[in-house]
Write a protein that binds this ligand. Structure first.
Ligand code: SF4
Length: 260
């Protein structure tokens, strides 16, 4: 797709002030800062998606962290959750490096984009249902722009799953009824809605043997990379790498073979 449309969307998202509680919180955190980051000028705004405009795999989180994305201005950048996520992406060959410290640190994603259903850091990492719904049109627009190349999505956690399903419907895919429940390892195929335009084939994009060219989307569930999950071992690096490899295969992306 034309990358300028996505860039324009990212700029519009970064200027959004639609949720008064989140605007107040993200700006207060940016003013007060954490002791370890007093030399930083916090971003303090909505954090747009990160990754190429022709991504075939999308990773959907929950919302930026107060001292991570809200500080650095890039998804999952500058916090422990990001260390886990980018570490795994690098190990499976979908990121240029494991390190994610700040914009301009050289990190590149290969065929992958990362975004979230809520673009502002919420108090206690908990957006309200109203804030989730207010932010949804941004996700619908992003999905619509990515549609020509998008083949698979990894949703991190139940909140993202519930927030994303209506966005997939609004962006032109059919979500089964009753709605599929979130589970780690869940795999659901979303077909293009009747009358929706097929969005090209993988062959058009230069690869991906065995990936359907009917515009359908492989949806994969994965526990969130939050510290609560990774510190307790509920989500291990191996579990995360396995979901990423499976989803990359659904998306027609090459990965490095597992070691050991
Ligand atoms: S959460 Fe979304 S809708 Fe609300 S202010 Fe942030 S960017 Fe805007």
């Amino acid at each position: 797709m034309d990358g300028s449309a996505l860039e324009e969307l990212d700029e519009r998202i970064a200027g959004c002030r639609a949720c008064p509680r989140l605007v107040a919180w993200r700006e207060e955190v940016a003013r007060t800062r954490r002791a370890a980051f007093t030399d930083w000028t916090y971003w303090g705004r909505p954090v747009p998606g990160f990754g190429p405009p022709d991504a075939s795999l999308l990773i959907l989180g929950l919302a930026p962290a107060a001292h991570g994305g809200n500080r650095t201005g890039r998804m999952f950048t500058g916090d422990r959750s990001g260390d886990v996520l980018y570490g795994a992406l690098h190990e499976v060959g979908l990121a240029s490096q494991a390190r994610a410290e700040r914009i301009g640190d050289g990190l590149e994603l290969y065929g992958v984009r990362i975004t979230s259903p809520v673009h502002c850091a919420p108090p206690a990492n908990k957006p309200t249902p109203g804030e989730r719904d207010t932010c949804r049109p941004w996700l619908v627009r992003e999905l619509t722009l990515l549609r020509p190349s998008l083949r698979a999505v990894v949703v991190l956690g139940a909140f993202g799953w519930q927030a994303a399903l209506p966005a997939f419907t609004a962006a032109g895919w059919t979500v089964p009824r009753p709605r599929p429940p979130f589970a780690h390892g869940a795999h659901v195929r979303l077909h293009r809605a009747e009358g929706g335009e097929p969005s090209g084939s993988r062959e058009d994009l230069g690869g991906g043997a065995g990936v359907p060219g009917d515009g359908s989307l492989a949806l994969h569930g994965c526990f969130h990379v939050s510290q609560r999950n990774t510190f307790t071992g509920r989500l291990t690096p191996a579990m995360l790498r396995e979901v990423l490899r499976t989803a990359a295969t659904s998306a027609g992306l090459p990965t490095t073979p597992p070691t050991g």
